[in-house]
Design a protein around this ligand. Structure first.
Ligand code: TMP
Length: 234
């Protein structure tokens, strides 16, 4: 697959055109940021690990009937993906309280939530990705009512699939962030699924195996990412 022009560079990934107008190469970087890039660093081989974990997660979801942008793995840091128009929402699902949920609502980390929480942030770095609700999304025409329903239903299904998959690996899915895109008139899952975008705790010990180790300087960041990779690909 010919690698063409760079069309987008984000905090953790780069997208390149290919000779097929419907397909892009998604390249995973080692760069890590937190708190809207107030904290910056690199995590050695994160790009390799996140490409492999995302590949596994997209393949799993596709096998369960969830449409994703994933086409195939190309190299250690690259996957071929469908070219979508990203819906500018960060779609977050939470099974236990952590991160901004604890800060916003004054609850203790790890509190079991009576039902999974679905929340949306408006994907806009300049505004610091503000939390928004359904009526904001419709009023600002970020997604149609039908698209929003699809996004919610897919997120609920994805939560069940990944939670069950992780549970078998002695990992607990605390929360995660998804992004969706429009492709040929349909909503499909895009972006990545990795320890950058999920909170993952080891069952029993509660050991954090995700980007919180980087966010809060907990140490052993690379080891945590490698640990998730080794379990997920076992
Ligand atoms: P939060 O508790 O900081 O709002 O994060 C919720 C989940 O979303 C957590 O698994 C980390 C993930 N996340 C991202 O993937 N990108 C982001 O920019 C943020 C803020 C969170």
């Amino acid at each position: 697959m010919h690698k063409g022009n760079k069309i987008y560079e984000g905090k953790a990934k780069i997208l390149y055109e290919t000779d097929n107008k419907d397909l892009l190469i998604q390249y995973f970087k080692d760069d890590a940021t937190a708190f809207n890039a107030a904290k910056k660093g690199t995590i050695h081989d994160k790009g390799v690990v996140n490409n492999k974990i995302s590949t596994k997660m997209f393949a799993l979801l596709e096998s369960k009937g969830i449409p994703t942008h994933f086409v195939e793995n190309l190299s250690e840091r690259e996957m071929l993906v469908k070219r979508v128009a990203i819906v500018p929402l960060e779609v977050i699902t939470r099974n236990k309280a952590a991160g901004s949920f604890c800060r916003n609502y004054g609850v203790q980390e790890g509190r079991v939530l009576a039902v999974p929480v679905q929340e949306f942030s408006y994907k806009c770095d300049a505004l610091n990705d503000p939390l928004i609700n359904d009526s904001h999304i419709l009023a600002l025409e970020l997604a149609t009512k039908e698209e929003l329903e699809t996004i919610k239903n897919m997120s609920t299904k994805i939560n069940g699939i990944i939670r069950d998959f992780f549970a078998k690996l002695n990992l607990e899915l605390i929360d995660f962030k998804l992004e969706f895109g429009r492709y040929k008139g349909k909503i499909i899952l895009a972006d990545e699924i990795s320890p950058d975008t999920c909170r993952i705790w080891e069952v029993g010990t509660g050991r954090k195996l995700d980007k919180d180790r980087f966010r809060h300087d907990l140490g052993n960041v690379e080891e945590a990412y490698q640990e998730v990779l080794s379990r997920v690909t076992k």
